[in-house]
Design a protein around this ligand. Structure first.
Ligand code: GAR
Length: 223
């Protein structure tokens, strides 16, 4: 394996549709990378079934078994040591990471969040968007820093909020976009097109002053 090859660890807690979309694009040859392992904070996560079906090594690390956030994060770092990981992908991983983990992978942790950050950080984003009568919603991929949902933004996809929407319909429309922007960001990172240094993003070797908004032009890149 080349040094430059993008070996990925995916951290999950739930269903794993984002894990699956990245995996599908790797298997179809659209992303030149490898998912070296999947770590779940939840022993019952369907993500684990998806990983096993794809013969990806899995680990379950339950936070309830650790006395502190740091101890949990140290176990994550220890588990990942045997893999030569270039990129950490948080895909519905519902734990806040401490500096113990973040400093082990500087500029190399991506997260997807179901809102147009900086709007609606945290939980229950779809419900809060409906309650706030927003006309637009979406999802964001960003690099992870010590501040929850506040790391530098890479790409967002927008969806209109319809008067007929409920939480489920809106979430489904956003998730469809997540399945495009996350593989795209992973692809760009694996190509060294997307780099994060000292909390600043570089895209095609130029500072990225404003994050990217998904257009059909980008969707073609994912082929
Ligand atoms: C996704 O909607 C993702 O954006 C969200 O969890 C869901 C996981 O779905 N992540 C967060 O809320 C993180 N703050 P998946 O397990 O089907 O990929």
């Amino acid at each position: 394996m080349q040094d430059d090859f993008c070996s990925i660890a995916v951290l999950v807690s739930g269903g794993g549709s984002n894990l699956q979309s990245i995996l599908d694009h790797i298997q179809q040859g659209h992303i030149n990378a490898n998912i070296a392992c999947v770590i779940s904070s939840n022993p019952n996560a369907y993500s684990l079934v998806r990983a096993k079906q794809a013969n990806i090594p899995t680990h379950v690390i339950e936070h309830t078994r650790y006395a502190s956030r740091e101890a949990f994060d140290q176990e994550l770092v220890r588990t990942l040591e045997v893999y030569n990981i270039k990129l950490i992908v948080l895909a519905g991983f519902m734990r806040v990471l401490s500096n113990t983990f973040i400093t082990a992978y500087p500029g190399r942790i991506l997260n997807i969040h179901p809102s147009l950050l900086p709007k609606f950080p945290g939980l229950h984003t779809h419900q809060r968007v409906l309650e706030a009568n927003e006309t637009e919603h979406g999802c964001s991929v960003h690099f992870v820093t010590a501040n929850l949902d506040q790391g530098p933004l890479v790409i967002q996809a927008k969806v209109p909020v319809k008067t007929t929407d409920n939480t489920e319909r809106l979430a489904a429309r956003v998730l469809e976009k997540e399945h495009i922007i996350y593989p795209l960001a992973v692809k760009w990172f694996s190509q060294n097109k997307l780099i994060c240094l000292d909390n600043a993003i570089y895209f095609d070797n130029e500072p990225l002053s404003t994050h990217i908004i998904l257009t059909t032009k980008h969707e073609i890149e994912l082929q």
